[in-house]
Design a protein around this ligand. Structure first.
Ligand SMILES: Nc1ncnc2c1ncn2[C@@H]1O[C@H](COP(=O)(O)OP(=O)(O)OP(=O)(O)O)[C@@H](O)[C@H]1O
Length: 625
């Protein structure tokens, strides 16, 4: 592998840090401008800005859920309704008002309403998420439509919620003795909460948990192999998006001082999704951009179209729909990426020099360290593993032991059953019969993340990486189980020492695998052979005791293969156990201590390179008899 280029690393680290610093400065400048202008804006613009921020809060949840987490929801408007109705009911229904007002005072009622709305949303979203998030493909969006409709009709049919007429007389918020009755006053709170949400979510995504969240979209199998409990992450994300919607609903109720079912119907739910997608569903900023553009566009179309066409009607909906199709056709990822590219050009010019914490190797101490078993210890024991796919026998009573400090190669012609066996011993698939022990523990029916926790790491035959994320981030995901920071810690940025350690570890493994020059490049920009090496670096970041590599040399050039073989020898010398599935016989024979040969799912030969090469059954299998 190519030795690390120290100056390249420092430059990349500096550029990452300065990019963030300059972005923070620009955000602060924009904020200062907004606060300065706030007092001079006309009332109409203030109300419009309030609505933009309320929509952006919901769209933020959708960016997280749909654009980043890969779960499409049309039903967020219903959660907005829960937040709005909870506070409207608490503040206006005679019984709770009398009872609660004595305890918290009249000014405290909206805050009780907020607590009730968030609690109801959490319970409901958790329940709905547990049922619907198991579904995939188009079933999940269909379910969100179903519960979005149900909740909307529930609001309209509950007599204690005022039926279709709704609830009037919602009191204004009072904060520190100050009434927020005027839109100009509550607007400041709405924008402050939106900015707080942006900051918290930005921190969340820029963390260990954030990397795992990004892997939920299209890379769940890989994430499980890195130790991520993807089912739990999906439900949490769903609840978080619902809570943002409920918060928006609470603010909406106290801005409008009136709630009715109409703003929480499916049509609005679809509009929220539009905002996220048009703005840029993969970017937090896209939520604000989308909410701004769509709110302004609808507003302007309502003004302009009747005078342009000379008659009134819902023409704005038709024009709006056509515009959406055009925008999405031209900018499939939304408009934010385009703005970001423009901004990045300016930032590059502005960035001064400084150091990034990832370049500090001392940070590594914040990660858990694994003590490797002594050489010769049996790490993995497979006994009579059988795998059937319907009538097809992919593995027939395959047994093998893998020891620490040994390279064990698994070879065989195409379709011999290597990948099937590989998936079983790494927990991705369940054996039809047979026993499997990892580090002395029975692993039947255990998920892949349990294998990762015991010290097994793997690469994939068809690379599974987050193509748009950098090499550094992809590799850092491999060290997921070596840190403990939760979502709240990440949001509040209390995980920075751990994060620096994770990035430092990722950088170390990238250097070790000879990819230092590419640390900041998006993985998709690398050649396939290099992407395979990124997978190895990611596996090593988990500090495994047992490393499973599926065709690691495929797509590498001769010198790169030699460098890879050298790295694997070094790992073996450090005491790792390695299982390598590979078609390149020269590569296998120069490296493997022990070889198992499969054909038609059965073990046909075992031994060292010489024994296997001389075995007539192996020759027959490869040369067709
Ligand atoms: N999910 C599946 N469903 C049905 N059949 C499968 C499945 N996965 C594998 N098979 C079949 O099992 C047999 C073994 O496949 P497997 O991919 O394990 O072989 P392999 O030795 O890894 O082949 P290659 O070297 O081409 O990757 C093949 O006949 C394959 O078609």
């Amino acid at each position: 592998m190519t030795p690390p280029a120290e100056t390249d690393l420092r430059c990349a680290a500096r550029s990452r840090f300065m990019h963030r610093l300059t972005r923070a400065r620009l955000t602060l400048a924009a904020l200062a401008l907004l606060v300065l202008c706030w007092g001079w804006l006309p009332d109409f613009s203030v109300v419009l800005l309030c609505h933009i921020a309320l929509y952006a809060l919901v769209a933020l949840g959708l960016v997280l859920l749909t654009g980043i987490g890969g779960m499409t929801s049309f039903g967020q408007a219903a959660f907005v309704g829960i937040g709005a109705y909870a506070t409207a009911w608490v503040c206006t229904a005679p019984a709770p008002v009398q009872w609660l007002a004595g305890a918290v005072g009249m000014a405290g009622l909206p805050w009780v309403g907020l607590a009730l709305g968030l609690a109801l949303t959490t319970v409901l979203a958790w329940g709905l998420g547990a049922v619907t998030l198991r579904l995939s493909g188009h079933y999940l969006p269909l379910c969100t439509i179903a519960w979005g409709l149900s909740l909307y009709y529930l609001f309209g049919n509950m007599s204690f919620l005022g039926g279709q007429t709704g609830i009037t007389g919602v009191p204004p918020l009072v904060l520190g003795g100050l009434s927020l009755a005027a839109p100009r006053a509550i607007g400041l709170l709405i924008w402050a909460l939106l900015l707080l949400a942006l900051w918290l979510l930005h921190n969340l995504l820029d963390s260990r948990a954030g990397r795992a969240i990004r892997a939920l979209k299209g890379a769940r199998v890989m994430a499980e192999s890195m130790g991520v409990d993807t089912a739990r992450y999906r439900i949490r994300l769903f609840v978080l998006a619902a809570l943002l919607a409920a918060l928006s609903g609470w603010l909406y109720a106290h801005l409008q001082r009136f709630v009715s079912p109409t703003p929480f119907n499916l049509h609005i739910g679809i509009e929220y999704l539009f905002m996220a997608v048009v703005g840029g569903a993969g970017h937090l900023g896209g939520a604000v951009l989308g909410a701004t553009l769509i709110t302004l566009l609808k507003e302007k179309l309502q003004d302009w179209l009747p005078s342009l066409l000379g008659s009134s009607g819902n023409f704005e909906l038709i024009v709006f729909g056509l515009l959406m199709v055009l925008v999405l056709q031209r900018f499939a990822d939304g408009l934010w990426p385009m703005l970001e590219r423009l901004g990045q050009r300016c930032l590059r010019r502005a960035a001064p020099r400084a150091m990034h914490p990832a370049a500090n190797p001392a940070a590594l101490t914040a990660l858990t360290q694994r003590t490797l078993p002594p050489p010769g210890t049996v790490l993995l024991q497979a006994r009579n593993i059988t795998k059937r796919f319907g009538g097809l026998l992919a593995n027939d009573a395959v047994s093998m032991d893998v020891r620490a400090g040994q390279v064990h190669a698994l070879i065989g012609p195409n379709g011999a059953g290597k990948s099937s066996f590989f998936n079983i011993i790494s927990g991705l698939d369940e054996a039809s019969a047979g026993d499997l022990q990892l580090m002395g523990q029975a692993m039947r029916r255990q998920p892949a993340r349990a294998f990762a926790r015991l010290g097994l790491a793997r690469s994939f035959q068809h690379v599974r990486l987050l193509g748009q994320r950098s090499v550094l981030e992809n590799v850092a995901l491999g060290a997921h189980l070596r840190a403990r920071g939760g979502w709240l810690m990440a949001m509040l940025r209390l995980d920075r020492a751990q994060e620096a350690a994770l990035l430092a570890e990722a950088q170390r493994q990238i250097e070790r695998c000879g990819l230092a020059a590419h640390a900041d490049a998006p993985v998709a920009s690398l050649a396939l052979g290099q992407q395979r090496i990124v997978e190895i670096a990611r596996a090593l970041a988990g500090q495994p005791a047992l490393l499973l590599l599926d065709e690691p040399a495929a797509g590498l050039r001769h010198l790169e293969k030699q460098a890879l073989a050298q790295l694997l020898r070094q790992l073996r010398a450090e005491g790792l156990g390695l299982v390598v599935v590979e078609h390149d016989m020269e590569f296998v024979m120069q490296l493997a201590d022990h070889i198992t040969v499969l054909d038609f799912g059965c073990v046909i030969a075992e031994g060292n390179a010489l024994q296997v090469q001389r075995n007539p059954q192996v020759l027959a299998a490869y040369l067709g008899g």
